[in-house]
Design a protein around this ligand. Sequence first.
Ligand code: ADP
Length: 732
Amino acid sequence: MTPSSQAIRSLAVMTSGGDAPGMNAAIRAVVRRAISRGLKVYGIRRGWLGAVEGGDAIVAMDWDSVGGILQRGGTILGTARCRRFRTREGRRQAAVNLYTQDIDALVVIGGDGSLTGALILQDEWPGLLQEAADAGEVILHEDPPRPLRIVGLPGSIDNDTYGSDMSIGADTALHRIVTAADQLTSTASAHQRTFIVEVMGRNCGYLALAGGLASGAHWVIIPEEGLDARWHQRMVKSLLRGRQAGRQHALVIMAEGARHPDGLPLEADIVKGLLEKQLGETRITVLGHVQRGGSPSAFDRILSMILGAAAVDYLLDTKDPQPVMMGLRENQVVATPLHDVIENSRKIVAMVDAGDYTTALQLRGVSFRSQLQVLKTLTAPGPMQELNQGNLLILTAGHDAPGMNAAVRVATRMAMDRGFRVLGGEYGFEGLLEGRIRELRWMDVTGWASRGGSELGTSFYTLQEQDLVTLEKVLTSHEISHMLIIGGTSVYRNANLILSRLHAHPRLRMPTVLVPATINNNVPGTDFAIGADTALNNIVQAVDKLKDTAAANKRLFIVQVMGYHSGFLAVMAGLASGAEDVFIPEEGISLDQIVEQVKKLRVSFARGRRLSIIILNEEVSKTYDIHMIQRIMEREGGDLFDVRSIILGHIQRGGAPTPFDRILAARLASSAVETLASADWDASPVRVVGLRGNQIRSESLESALTEMAWPLERPKDAWFMEYLELVRTLEI
Ligand code: ADP
């Protein structure tokens, strides 16, 4: 066997550079996956500094050493910046320390800098060890020594790492930004104030852009967009026009790395000076380290776990010794050579430095550019052209979902920008049949980005054949020419009925686009529906609180979540909260399974476990409902643990939408308007827009419905099912 093809035996994990929420979830996944695959695992404290120092900084990790850390911000291993590691002497010391502990492989969680260090160490490894052997610092067991295997994970709140659509920590940072912006907006509008919020991102405008889009900011300044000499005049003019149109406040979000047209740093104070002259009182809020802090969002926990487990699998299953970084691209785990990651991540910085903003924006990718485009239209204070393209009806229907308002806001403004007159239908299909329609103007939707529920009102109503005559009358009397309907499965069902009766009701034939919005995420044509991420975060936060109450007792919590016939919420919440198991409708549940589960729980509680969580979907079984399962487990668990059942109910739907849901709403709604304005409408009058990977696509309703598993109303091959095994192998 050549050295490179030998299997690894032990692995070390470290976090390095700037800390990011979610790093703990990644450490936990690496440690537990590695243990369950038979590897010895070490943790290196304080990143490269610990590798150089060795000794106590390299600690053996076991299953329990990563228990209870999923919801904690920061990193239990600590992180540091290390100058010595930048020298060959420092790296030689690190190589000696790793080699003497028999560490074959490293999982490095960090940003560009940390991953660059990893690449250099890997490259120099044989040479460093040889030098150390010659100097008598180490005895080599093999000649040449086997290569050091390295897998990186993108850990950076800035989201500036090439090779992953999102880096660990970025989503949580967005949560902090959006919460702060929402709070500032409420105080700013009370005083007609202008607020400047400076967010992190030395070279990357992602947080400013996505934070601006999600919070409904009125102007955004990012490093990737070159400012010309007159930029501030345009900014002031736009904000003034907004005020004249009735806006009570203004919110400007800028990245810390924003630059003047000459390339020098643009300070928030300068922007404040420019605004104050024309708009009066202006305040600066620098969010700083608040963005790094606190408990990771559901997405960051899930991303970290998926990538952490994938890193270990890659090290064991791929014999290619080339260092890679695991990332999530288009909703798939992808390994990218570390060399490419570093080269491309740096290229963008170099382009911004050189003032080549076009290339920098190009390298950021389609989704970044399209978000920028949407933001530009939304921040304009009024429509660009006459409203002569027809009357667009916007409806929110079915159960409400957080993010519906954000979608209506964006759709209204994008549609007006495209020349549509916009009408809002109140209370879904039921209200529509009663003719409850009102005009929506540009300023009517101000502030809707952050509001939960549905401002238009919604209702759960299944259209009947006989309703179609009334529907035709209402739509005709308001001269509706286009429709945009936001909602879940009931919307799909109603639209399908309309589609199948067009021959009898020809006036219902008009360009119609469905925008998926349901916390259950059980609609076809999209990987994610608006509202699902908020529900997931609501569940995860509730389970975190339950965990705190359990500290003193040995306790099993059975938590029932929504989802209807889809296990999406249960599986993803199970992953993000470290559940022992999930019971989902895709698998069903039997008495044997429940008994099997109790046996496992008895063993683990007898061994000292203090807390366990099982997540149960609401529709999993009519016979074995949550109370029945609780009774069985209580009876069979005996004195070993007590059992509590919690039905989360409507709390899951509540609260302000998460940044992900707001951004998804903005992207889907703007694409829906594009589709209405430009698609070939002869083929099929009803289309669905959805997020596939990281692209927004539109397809006919007929084609989307082929993905449905009738009559259960859930997608046939749901992508999240592949994470079920991960829930069951990582546990609390
Ligand atoms: P981040 O990983 O968040 O980008 P830094 O850029 O500060 O953070 O890098 C973290 C650490 O990685 C540094 O303190 C240093 O130890 C190591 N490192 C960064 N760049 C290099 C390099 N070019 N060569 C060797 N080590 C490096």
